[in-house]
Design a protein around this ligand. Structure first.
Ligand code: FCB
Length: 458
């Protein structure tokens, strides 16, 4: 058998397919700011990423989402492309400033119409729509009032959620409140790498609390309004490895796991923040907040890209990168997905889980109309093995969404990093299926073949 470097049980594809089970949902994922473009059209308000991208030195090459993949206009072709991949589901996000330009008050009918067309377009093509309410594009107007540092932003978010829920809830297969609140809190307010670009640890802690609070408020508001879909949240998570067995490295690993994974999981599934001597900043919490955050949810979305490597020494011990790294410099470590899933399944009473993002940035070259991205195929294959192994170990994983459908605006890296199954030429907006897209389609086709054969035999 081919050596994959995986320490989880190696399976052939048929074994993997059967471990995933006949109902397994295959999908691809994107987010609004990264693909839509049309940033100044049809009444869309500004988001914090429009403003951040304009500040010099914040985004590589001065790129922005102004045009992106022009999906706002090319949505039909893009839905056809998705359908052509043979997937069951599409994960997309609503741009809050397109729906409600100021983040509160007046709605933008043209923005709502866009999502109406998009969702109906999915349904017409037999694709399940999986929406996300917030993938980092806060209306700039709310930022100017104080953004996620303010409690009122959580209340505005719940109102916006109710608008979307009432209008589209019955057509959505699922609706996640937030995508990766860790990124908003930490990258946006502690390291300043992401919009709005602050470096304030206490603010970051408070923002994380308001994001969690807004999640709970939104789910409660939508349920109270009678919205019927599956409610959840999408968290970025990693397994954590201590660089050595030293007490310092182990303590650091524990702190990392606490601030990355448990910081969001404990409030949502246990109603408390985790305590760790390495965590210095805790938010101001009001009576009743933790109950709101602890509101039951119908699914958990997990995004996994790499592991966290914890080294307390100076200089740090680097990760081994046995399987190499992606173009982001992220270690390829598929075992981490298996380890993580087993750990969270042991530590929490989980609802059904979806892998809502997983993918690899590669240095893709379009030559003679082809992109030979074998490394991405290997990445995908190894991570799917981890998912299959986790299912066999009893984790209730219902589906997998590759990040991303197509190359897009990769935040502070601009257009320099390519995650897509589909290559985008930004000067012509031409989409080209990479080798990985063909592989994904064929693998899904075999899964469905196996599934229907399984049914016949049953
Ligand atoms: C995740 C984000 C997504 C994309 C991938 C590479 O953290 O949710 O928008 O940038 O990383």
């Amino acid at each position: 058998m081919k050596k994959t470097g995986l320490s989880v049980e190696e399976m052939n594809e048929a074994q993997m397919q059967s471990a995933l089970g006949p109902e397994f949902v295959w999908g691809v994922a994107t987010s609004a700011y990264q693909i839509e473009g049309a940033a100044s059209e049809d009444g869309r308000g500004e988001s914090i990423w429009d403003v951040f991208s304009r500040q010099s030195g914040k985004v590589l090459n001065g790129d922005s989402g102004q045009t992106a993949c022009n999906h706002y206009h090319l949505w039909k072709e893009d839905l056809d492309l998705i359908k052509g991949l043979g997937v069951d589901a599409y994960r997309f996000s609503f741009a809050w400033p397109r729906v409600q330009p100021q983040g509160r008050g007046a709605l933008n009918p043209k923005g709502l119409d866009f999502y109406e067309r998009l969702i109906d377009g999915m349904l017409e093509r037999g694709l399940q729509p999986h929406g996300t309410l917030y993938h980092w594009d806060l209306p700039q107007h709310l930022q100017e009032e104080g953004g996620w540092g303010l409690r009122t932003t959580a209340e505005h978010f719940a109102n916006y959620a109710e608008v979307i829920g009432r209008k589209f809830g019955d057509r959505l297969t699922s609706l996640a409140t937030h995508n990766e609140p860790w990124c908003t809190a930490v990258l946006g307010n502690l390291t300043g790498k992401f919009a709005p670009g602050y470096r304030d640890p206490q603010l970051a802690a408070q923002v994380s609390h308001h994001l969690l609070l807004s999640h709970g408020l939104a789910v409660k508001a939508m349920r109270a309004a009678g919205v019927r879909t599956q409610f959840g949240i999408v968290l970025n998570q990693s397994s954590v490895s201590a660089a050595t067995d030293s007490a310092h490295d182990r303590a650091k690993a524990q702190t990392e796991y606490c601030s990355f994974v448990r910081w969001f999981m404990d409030p949502i599934f246990r109603g408390v923040y985790p305590q760790d001597p390495g965590i210095a900043h805790y938010p101001d919490i009001r009576a009743g907040d933790m109950e709101v955050i602890h509101t039951p949810i119908d699914f958990l979305g997990i995004n996994y890209y790499t592991r966290i490597w914890a080294s307390a020494s100076q200089p740090e011990v680097p990760p081994p990168k046995v399987l190499g790294e992606s173009d982001m410099g992220w270690e390829i470590y598929p075992d981490g997905l298996f380890e993580l899933l087993k750990d969270v399944n042991r530590d929490y009473k989980l609802p059904p889980v979806f892998i809502t993002e997983n993918g690899m940035a590669c240095v893709d070259v379009l030559r003679d109309g082809k992109v030979e991205d074998q490394a991405r195929i290997e990445y995908l294959r190894m991570h799917l093995q981890s998912v299959a192994n986790a299912r066999q170990a009893g984790v209730d994983i219902r589906g997998y969404f590759y990040w991303s459908l197509m190359d897009n605006f990769e935040w502070e890296s601009g257009y320099a990093k390519r995650f897509g199954l589909v290559h985008v030429d930004y000067s012509t907006q031409k989409r080209t299926l990479k080798r990985s897209a063909h592989w994904y389609r064929e693998m899904i086709g075999r899964h469905k073949g196996e599934v229907s054969m399984g049914h016949k035999n049953a």
